[in-house]
Write a protein that binds this ligand. Structure first.
Ligand SMILES: [Mg+2]
Length: 222
C-alpha cells in the first residue's frame, strides 16, 4: 500500500492502511455464503467424521465433570431430544436440509430416529450413577406417544418425565418455554445439575446447572 502521494506522517499511513483493510474485510463478511456451498460443507462436516469428533470431545468433558458430581438429593440432568439424543440429520438431508412443519410432524410420528451414540453414552452413564433424567423437548403434545415410542426403541427407557409443549406454550420462544419448565421442575424439588442441548435456547434462561452444548451447524432455534 503506497501513501507517498499523501503528505502525512508514517503513523498516519499505518492507521489509514488498517482502516482500509478493516473496511474491505468488513464488506466481504457482509456477503452470505452461497446456500449450495453451505449445504455441501454441512454434509462434509458430518461425512468426514468431524461431527463425531466434536461430539466425542463434548461428551468426554461432560463425563469428566459429572464424575465429581454427587447424584444425591434429587440431582437431575435435563436433556433436549432432537439432535441432542435423537438424530434428525438423515431425514433433513433427504429434503435438502429444509424445514417443512408437516413433514417434520410425519417424521416424528414414524418414531424411527436413531440415537446419537455419544449422548446415549452420557445418558447411560448418568442413569447408571443414579441421576434423575428429564427429557424436555419442543415437540408438541400430540407427538408425545410417538416420542415415547422412539425413546424406548433407542434404549432411553429410564427417565422421570418427558415434557412436551402444551397448547398454551406454542407461541413462546424455545428459551422462554424451556427455562420456565426448568424453573417449575426446580420448584417441584428437582435439583438440576446439568442441561444438555444442541441449541443455546435449550441451555439459557437459568435453572440449567452445567451446560453441555451439542454441535449443530444445520439450524438455530431461538
Ligand atoms: Mg434440539
Amino acid at each position: 500500500m503506497c501513501f507517498r502521494w499523501l503528505n502525512i506522517t508514517r503513523n498516519s499511513r499505518i492507521i489509514l492502511a488498517i482502516v482500509f483493510f478493516v473496511t474491505v474485510s468488513g464488506c466481504v463478511h457482509h456477503h452470505p455464503l452461497n446456500l449450495t456451498i453451505a449445504k455441501e460443507r454441512v454434509e462434509k462436516y458430518h461425512s468426514c467424521g468431524q461431527y463425531d469428533k466434536d461430539l466425542d470431545n463434548v461428551v468426554h468433558c461432560a463425563l469428566k465433570h459429572f464424575k465429581n458430581i454427587s447424584p444425591c438429593n434429587n440431582a437431575t440432568v435435563v436433556f433436549d431430544i432432537d439432535d441432542t439424543i435423537l438424530s434428525g440429520y438423515c431425514n433433513e438431508k433427504s429434503i435438502s436440509f429444509g424445514y417443512i412443519p408437516k413433514l417434520s410432524h410425519e417424521w416424528i410420528l414414524r418414531a424411527d430416529a436413531p440415537a446419537i451414540q455419544q449422548t446415549k453414552h452420557l445418558y447411560d452413564y448418568l442413569v447408571g450413577r443414579g441421576f434423575h433424567i428429564i427429557f424436555l423437548t419442543g415437540r408438541k403434545h400430540d407427538e408425545y406417544d410417538a416420542t415415547i415410542k422412539n425413546l424406548n426403541a433407542q434404549g432411553f427407557t429410564h427417565f422421570d418425565k418427558l415434557i412436551v409443549r402444551e397448547q398454551y406454550e406454542q407461541n413462546l420462544t424455545a428459551k422462554a418455554y424451556k427455562s420456565a419448565r426448568r424453573k417449575q421442575l426446580t420448584k417441584e424439588g428437582y435439583r438440576i445439575v446439568g442441561d444438555v442441548g444442541d441449541q443455546w435456547s435449550d441451555l439459557e434462561g437459568g435453572y440449567s446447572g452445567y451446560k453441555i452444548k451439542i454441535p449443530n451447524y444445520r439450524y438455530t432455534i431461538a
